[in-house]
Design a protein around this ligand. Structure first.
Ligand code: NAX
Length: 328
């Protein structure tokens, strides 16, 4: 049998944590033959609820779940971690300026980055879900100089999945017929879901849709504002779909993209497509053997260029703001 993989989840007592942990423990994160040890990292106020979730995990008698540890000490929570899902974050509350939000999250992600640096396994892979995800990932990465920068990623897979679903509905295609969709930029309202290289049952998606008004006025805003629409309808933010996307992100990273397809991940830019090196921006990537590569050579038209640039501009401003705050 395989050695268990240590998976750390922060914010384990939150609503995404509740939707996520059972799927990790049942084998959906890494595969049906990979045993896992779970490490739940919470703040003191969250420990009791995390213990309740752990009791329920026990009660599932998942064959792949070896043990569960619950802690509010990041050094313990990330000890030997092979995969870390950073879900817990400080939400934006009423009247909070961007600087306040970034510094509150810096207070979480900087020490967690350091704890990962000092305690995680050499093969650590990090996914940041907690918002502002891209910049939180940058803060954690900067605090972990001994970990290769490319191991720090931010989640845009929920946006990617939302875009696939919208495009399938518009074209009447099956979700599984949509390939090569890309989310560029920030996980925020400026993100750019790109269908110009996407395929619908093997045909170019933009040509199948053939409707730039729908693209600009319906598709892009629907995908970008889907989180707000979910809050409006449910009275709570996306949880199961966010957890599902986190599972997809790590599963694809570890197990590879399908031949002829790609996915979207927030990753440290290497300067490709004019995105400044170092910022954590979403790109089209293929994955293989636990590594990802940016899809190169895509032709970026003027419509796409303007939208990618706008989202990247926002990321650059967030980077400058956290630099000024001494967080990176
Ligand atoms: P909840 O408020 O339900 O849960 C957050 C949990 O994190 C709480 O249990 C809290 O005690 C814990 N926590 C806070 N600070 C912590 C710390 N320093 N260490 C460990 N745990 C800590 O939020 P939930 O709905 O689960 O959402 C979590 C995060 O995901 C939010 O930041 C949210 O904005 C973000 N999202 C990101 C998405 C993405 O696509 N990247 C989509 C969904 C979601 O909105």
């Amino acid at each position: 049998t395989r050695t268990p993989v240590n998976v750390t989840v922060t914010g384990a007592a939150g609503q995404i944590g509740y939707a996520l942990l059972f799927r990790i423990a049942s084998g959906h994160l890494l595969g049906p033959d990979v045993p896992v040890n779970l490490r739940l990292l919470e703040i003191p106020q969250g420990l009791k609820a995390a213990e309740g979730t752990a009791m329920e995990l026990d009660d599932c008698a998942f064959p792949l779940l070896r043990n569960i540890e619950i802690t509010d000490d990041a050094n313990v929570g990330f000890a030997g971690a092979n995969v870390a899902l950073l879900v817990g974050a400080r939400p934006r509350t009423k009247g909070m300026e961007r600087g306040d939000l970034l510094s509150a999250n810096g207070g979480i992600f900087k020490p967690q980055g350091k704890a990962i640096n000092d305690n995680a396994a050499d093969d650590i892979k990090v996914l940041v879900v907690g918002n502002p995800a891209n910049t939180n990932a940058l803060i954690a990465q900067a605090a972990a100089p001994d970990v290769p920068a490319e191991r720090f990623t931010a989640m845009t897979r929920l946006d990617h999945n939302r875009a696939i679903s919208q495009l399938a509905a518009k074209t009447g295609a099956a979700v599984s017929d949509i390939k090569r969709l890309t989310i560029w930029g920030n996980h925020s309202a400026t993100q750019y879901p790109d269908i110009f290289h996407a395929e619908v049952a093997g045909k170019n998606a933009a040509e199948v849709v053939n409707d730039e008004v729908w693209l600009a006025d319906t598709f892009i805003p629907t995908v970008a504002k889907r989180g707000a629409a979910i809050i409006e309808a449910r009275g709570a933010s996306s949880a199961a779909s966010a957890a599902n996307a986190a599972i997809d992100h790590v599963h694809t990273w570890v197990n590879g993209t399908a031949e002829g397809d790609w996915t979207s991940m927030g990753i440290p830019s290497d300067g490709s497509y004019g995105v400044p090196e170092g910022i954590i921006s979403s790109f089209p990537v293929t994955t293989k053997d636990g590594k990802y590569e940016i899809v190169q050579g895509l032709d970026i038209n003027a419509f796409s260029r303007a939208r990618i640039d706008a989202s990247v501009q926002e990321l650059t401003e967030e980077r400058d703001a956290v630099r000024e705050l001494g967080l990176i």
